[in-house]
Design a protein around this ligand. Sequence first.
Ligand code: ZN
Length: 146
Amino acid sequence: MPGYNTHRFFNYVVFIAVAILLYLWNLPAIDINLKNILALTVGFYIGTDFITPDLDIESTAIKRWGKLKILWLPYKWLFKHGQSSHNIVYGAIVRVLYISLILLGVYYLLFKSLPSGAITPSMYVLIFLIGITIANALHVLLDMLF
Ligand SMILES: [Zn+2]
């Protein structure tokens, strides 16, 4: 299986190549504005470097969480490596839900209420999540190739 940096290299090369192609083709159907691109890029970065399918093992990705890697311990127990965590469709969704529930729990403990944005997610949150999902899908594709 490809290592952490191979995954990062592959993801960023594909991302930049697709970005250049979309720019060159100048597709009118795609709503390209700076905020959308930023939301997608940040999601893609998080999905490539932090919320990766390899959080189910003692990987470089999980080490990058530092002390916070303890948050992923139950996840590692729940999901066997290379199985549902590497599902191309719901692998990323499960990880995002998992970490979101933890973050919401911490927020609730601190402020005794939930953030209003959590109930009605904005368009940018959706684009951000698409970025994570695409990054995770590329990871799974590369795993399947090697
Ligand atoms: Zn993997």
